[in-house]
Design a protein around this ligand. Structure first.
Ligand code: AMP
Ligand code: GLY
Length: 422
């Protein structure tokens, strides 16, 4: 088969790595890809949000199957456009991608289908939102309703902070979505990412993982796209997994079908494990980044038949094998991220890391004359496996020391929560 992977981050490098090992994959392309991906796939210079060009390339290059990494392509309707031309794709249609694209849509679905989530209210003007915040008090959470690249959420410790967050959303017209904003109850607990393949009707649970959203050690500083992850998550017991499937995932799959927007693709539930049980914080309609990297490291089966079965509605009776080992990834980012940072800095030492120590998935790199340069905020993922998370952690931190990059940094405590728990 001729496969196109859309995206150019660490998630897409991990997907390309897994797909390239499939006996079904004859030709692998990635748009736009990065310097690491270019070693295993032909990179095509088209950005993930350029739906028209991706469709044109897929048609002209007789692509059999398009695997879509980032949410932006899904929300913009790439799957719909490909389907019109009879090109198969992995991912939801624009209608179903609203689960991630609109927090209000997701929350309303939760109410309608009795899915546990934080209590909330939707607002279309600032004054009513502010009145509600004053009534409810702090801590309280203010969310812009639309894709905001992880920057649309304010966890307000005080009423004043929440009011400022509302002001910012209202004033920032360029980003204000017609869906308005959501104000919701602050939930306390541990966060868990849970991934399930869904073919419209049937589900195939993948695995759990835990991310590290804050930029600094001990979970300090601003939120990022994710600074490291591991899988499995020790907190995810069989009993908890059954609860998540029964109370959250299955009603969602049923609800989406009943709403006329059946969900196909990977459903990524961002959960808060509260004292009242698991509650849904958010849905993402794609693999997590960097969670995908650790899932791919643990997957023992060929991924491509599973992605195809997701598209074809044949996930019933499908199963996947997983390594019992743990996988952990550390994100190496450019100093300044998630704020301003430099690009174009030389990175050395990657070749000196052996594959049994760590695999390096590139998130944002460029190569020139055989040398690697940084090309974004999150730049590299250093991924190791081990009997337990602490073993994987030791290997990954051993490997990262071999990388020379003056402008790079990483958290020194990825995996702390899991290691404390065991
Ligand atoms: P979201 O994009 O909705 O997942 O929000 C980003 C992050 O904000 C989540 O991963 C949580 O860490 C935090 N968060 C979102 N909603 C809540 C909530 N209701 N209570 C506590 N933390 C939240
Ligand atoms: N790691 C968080 C995300 O992919 O949204």
């Amino acid at each position: 088969m001729r496969i196109l992977v859309v995206g150019g981050g660490g998630r897409e490098h991990a997907l390309c790595w897994a797909i390239s090992a499939s006996s079904l994959c004859e030709n692998l392309y990635c748009a736009p890809g990065n310097a690491g991906i270019s070693k295993i796939a032909e990179c095509i210079d088209i950005q993930a949000n350029n739906i028209k060009e991706i469709v044109r390339f897929s048609l002209e290059s007789s692509i059999d199957f398009v695997v879509i990494g980032p949410e932006v392509s899904l929300v913009l309707g790439l799957v719909d456009e490909l389907e019109k031309l009879g090109i198969k794709a992995f991912g939801p249609t624009a209608g179903a991608a609203k689960l991630e694209g609109s927090k209000g849509f997701m929350k309303d679905l939760c109410i309608k289908y009795n899915i546990p989530t934080a209590a909330y209210e939707r607002f279309y003007d600032g004054e009513s939102a502010k009145k509600y915040i004053k009534e409810k008090g702090a801590p309280i959470v203010v969310k812009e309703d639309g894709l905001a690249a992880g920057k649309g959420v304010t966890i307000a410790a005080s009423i004043e902070e929440a009011l400022v967050a509302v002001e910012n959303i209202i004033n920032n017209n360029s980003r204000l979505s017609p869906n308005g904003l959501v104000v919701e109850e602050f939930l306390k607990g541990q966060e868990l990412s849970y991934f399930v393949l869904v073919d419209g009707t049937n589900t195939l649970p993948l695995a759990g993982a835990q991310d590290h959203k804050k930029v600094g050690d001990k979970d300090t500083g601003p939120n990022t796209g994710g600074m490291g992850a591991y899988s499995p998550a020790p907190i995810l017991t069989d009993e908890l997994e059954s609860k998540i499937m029964e109370n959250i995932i299955l009603p969602t799959v049923k609800g989406m079908a009943q709403e006329g927007t059946p969900f196909k693709g990977v459903l990524y539930a961002g959960l808060m494990l509260t004292s009242e049980g698991p509650k849904l914080l958010e849905y993402n309609v794609r693999f997590g980044d960097p969670e995908c990297q650790v899932l791919m490291m643990r997957l023992r089966s060929d991924i491509l038949p599973a992605l195809l079965a997701t598209n074809q509605g044949t996930l019933d009776n499908f199963s996947l094998r997983w390594s019992q080992e743990a996988a952990l990834t550390i994100v190496m980012a450019a100093k300044g991220y998630p704020g301003k940072y430099e690009t174009g800095e030389r990175i050395v030492g990657l070749e000196s890391i052996k594959t049994d120590e760590a695999l390096i998935f590139h998130a944002a790199t460029k190569s020139k004359n055989g040398q690697f340069f940084s090309n974004g905020g999150r730049v590299l993922n250093i991924c190791s496996t081990g009997k337990e998370i602490k073993n994987a952690q030791k290997k990954a931190y051993g490997a990262i020391k071999k990388i020379g990059w003056k402008g790079g940094f990483y958290r020194s405590d990825i995996g702390w929560r899991a290691i404390n728990q065991s």
